[in-house]
Design a protein around this ligand. Structure first.
Ligand code: SF4
Length: 288
């Protein structure tokens, strides 16, 4: 398939067809709630919405998010063609109403109308040794982006020191402050270490992991498990209506930091957790 069309199909799938791991997690959350509770009703509506969007090939949410693309490509390949394909597909997807025009110039406040602008779509390139291309797409909702947060440890107000206990405290603080905003239940991506920029980038990259996948680092795996349990005891529930599920997953990554800094960045994504990938090998394209 032509690259541009393959990219468009990736966008269509991401915005209309919620991945099975996320849908399953929402269904399990529905099963946990008591009959007649607001939480059960909200989950019921979300499940119905997921099915209707898939059936009619229409966006799962009116906010189709910011277009974020990670490309892994073999040695000798050109970045330019992927950038061109991404821009063409974003404009076409906007025309076809798979995407809402979501690229606004922050100074003039003018919407470009086609999701193309400076760093829109946002593309990140990585060269690898494989003879195939992997394109990963995330459609990141604005409401959930607004409740992300960055902390600098130690944080005396929260009594959070420079260790994983401190990390835990600031993550709980961020989710508590969000309450139901950002369309809970969400998925929490945590970036530990790095500088302010790379810490946030690492937190967002966690969203490409599958729900239920544990960190390969035993300390981080334990942190993810503990946080998942603790956050779901907060009682915030879907959309803040109260309930047993406040988050669907917690994912943490770490990277080396400067001795004088200890950043913890928390990215939050809503239940409309839209990410898909495609693998291009020769003329064959597969989607997941
Ligand atoms: S936060 Fe997510 S579910 Fe809520 S409006 Fe934005 S994209 Fe939609």
């Amino acid at each position: 398939m032509e690259l541009k069309k393959a990219m468009l199909e990736l966008m269509r799938r991401a915005t209309t067809d919620l991945s099975k791991d996320v849908e399953d997690a929402v269904k399990q959350a529905y099963d946990r709630e008591g009959e007649g509770t607001p939480a059960k009703n909200v989950f019921g509506t979300i499940i119905e919405n997921i099915g209707l969007a898939r059936e009619a090939s229409t966006p799962i949410c009116q906010d189709t998010g910011s277009v974020i693309i990670y490309v892994d490509f073999p040695v000798g390949d050109s970045e330019k063609k992927y950038r061109e394909a991404a821009e063409w597909a974003a404009a076409e997807a906007t025309k076809l109403q798979y995407l809402r025009p979501n690229a606004v110039d922050p100074v003039t406040c003018k919407n470009s109308g086609n999701n193309i602008g400076t760093n829109a779509p946002y593309l990140h390139f990585h060269q690898w040794d494989k003879d195939e291309v992997r394109v990963r797409l995330m459609l990141k909702g604005g409401g959930s982006e607004n409740v992300g947060a960055q902390y600098k440890l130690p944080d005396t107000g929260l009594k959070a020191g420079r260790d994983l206990k401190g990390v835990k405290k600031v993550v709980i603080d961020a989710v508590q402050k969000a309450q139901g905003q950002g369309c809970a239940p969400g998925v929490i991506g945590i970036g530990i270490g790095g500088d302010r920029v790379t810490s946030f980038a690492l937190s967002k990259e966690q969203f490409f992991r599958k729900l239920g996948e544990q960190s390969t680092d035993p300390d981080l795996a334990a942190l993810e498990k503990e946080l998942y349990e603790d956050l779901n005891k907060l009682g915030i529930g879907p959309m803040g209506f109260g309930g047993k599920t406040t988050c669907l997953g917690v994912y943490a990554g770490k990277q080396h930091r400067h001795p004088a800094t200890f950043y913890v960045s928390i990215s939050y994504t809503c239940w409309a957790y839209r990410r898909k990938q495609m693998i291009i090998k020769g003329s064959e394209v597969t989607y997941d």
